[in-house]
Design a protein around this ligand. Structure first.
Ligand code: T4K
Length: 400
């Protein structure tokens, strides 16, 4: 326990943790199950291209999300790019997308010759809403809306979809954070033309690397399956271009094990989230992102917002102090995509146009959660944050 500001690692004292505590899930399966799954792959000698594990995973995900079609993909970035092309959006068309999201949401559009039209987000939910897309709907060249369910919370689907339909726009979703979550009681994956999920190593459902597209539209599913280019139950249909978005048996094995553990991992995430909530309650200037209790959540990210005036230090200073203690808190997402390369040069018109997003980019951070984070670690992180806040003015002097 730190007693004075000189005890902080940033000022040369011992670190609170001997090894780094990352943000991210890294929910590994048991090594025994892992070896057994890989023995099966080796004995079948079937490594990719719609093997038996891939087929089993697609069927299980259909059931899990209550959706007719799942198309597994190398990762969500490829899934988003293929989905955008499969929707038949016109070359050079503009897709309304938030800037407060992971770069892949916009980059996937650029890869397939579409233009991101960056919109604001709701400062409370951090996601796009009918209000934030409304000013852009009638702009020249706009052809679709790509909603993002940030932190797993469904964006304003019930208002976005009818509004987009009035303008003849397609809606699809980047649901990379939202596996197992609901919106108005309905499982995310069932909305829009299609939804794209990530199974990256840091996600609560993990294939190491991986992703998938979910859709109830059979025709769209066939186009996406053909574009992904692998064998299987596909019917040959006309497609804009082939791609390699294949998913391997190794990824499928990891994902199936992760799916078996999904409920348990979400419960553990929730416990960690609630512990942070309890232990950080009352820290001036620090807000824990909250979820609608009536919805199912995966609690994949523990998101904090720092109000510099009340906390006494800014978000960057807090992240730096924690990093020195081996707490690898992250700043998702800095800078906003509209201010990052290449977009700030390609589309300078957005640089000063998104003040709400800019504000979030200076305040929001994530603290470690996931399998390797013990309750005792959270206790230490919370004590550190309390200590830092109590001593904010002295720390600030030292930092300057
Ligand atoms: N849309 C949204 C809204 C997304 O958030 C993402 C990805 C995508 C689309 C695209 O999905 P994918 O194409 O990736 O399927 C991470 C992930 O790479 C990325 O998947 C994720 N979102 C994004 C929010 O975060 P990084 O660069 O911060 O991850 P990385 O590799 O630094 O990992 C975070 C921490 O986890 C590290 O501090 C170390 C730890 N870690 C990581 C890996 C990979 C481990 O302990 N073990 C590991 O194996 O982007």
């Amino acid at each position: 326990m730190k007693k004075s500001v000189a005890d902080l690692a940033l000022f040369g004292a011992a670190q609170a943790f001997a090894s780094t505590l990352p943000v991210g899930q890294i929910n590994l399966p048991s090594q025994k199950d892992f070896v057994a799954a890989f023995e099966g792959i080796f004995s079948r000698r079937w490594y990719t291209n719609y093997g038996p594990l891939e087929q089993e995973l697609e069927a299980r995900l259909c059931e899990f999300l209550g959706v007719k079609n799942i198309i597994l993909m190398t990762n969500a970035t490829i899934g988003l790019a293929i989905a955008a092309l499969a929707l038949g959006l016109p070359k050079g068309g503009k897709v309304i997308v938030p800037s407060f999201t992971f770069a892949a949401s916009a980059e996937s559009l650029s890869w397939v010759g579409l233009q991101p039209l960056f919109c604001e987000v709701d400062p409370h939910t951090h996601s796009i809403s009918a209000k934030s897309i409304r000013p852009h709907l009638a702009k020249k060249g706009v052809c679709a809306v790509l909603g993002v369910h940030l932190w797993g919370r469904g964006c304003d689907i019930e208002n976005i979809e009818p509004l987009a339909a009035e303008h003849g726009l397609k809606v699809f979703y980047d649901s990379a954070h939202a596996i197992g979550c609901t919106y108005k009681g309905k499982t995310i994956g069932q909305f829009g033309a299609c939804e794209v999920f990530s199974m990256h190593a840091t996600k609560v459902l993990s294939a190491g690397e991986g992703g998938f597209v979910a859709t109830n539209d059979d025709e769209l599913a066939e186009i996406i399956r053909n574009m992904r280019s692998s064998y299987g139950h596909r019917k040959k249909v006309e497609i804009p271009v082939y791609c390699n978005g294949r998913f391997s048996e190794a990824q499928a094995a990891m994902a199936l094990m992760s799916l078996n553990d999904f409920e348990k991992n979400c419960q553990n995430n929730k416990r960690r989230y609630e512990l942070y909530k309890k232990l950080l309650a009352g820290v001036p200037g620090l807000d824990l992102y909250s979820f609608d209790k009536s919805e199912r959540q995966n609690y994949q990210y523990v998101v904090l917002e720092v109000d510099e005036a009340a906390f006494g230090l800014n978000r960057d200073q807090l992240v730096k102090l924690l990093a020195a203690e081996n707490v690898a808190a992250r700043k998702y997402f800095v800078p906003g995509i509209h201010r990052s390369i290449p977009y700030k040069e390609m589309y300078p018109e957005y640089v000063e146009a998104l003040p709400l997003t800019d504000e979030l980019c200076t305040r929001v951070m994530q603290v470690p959660s996931g399998q390797i984070v013990q309750d005792s670690d959270i206790q230490i992180i919370a004590e550190l944050i309390h200590f830092i806040q109590r001593n904010a003015s002295e720390i600030k002097k030292r930092l300057s």
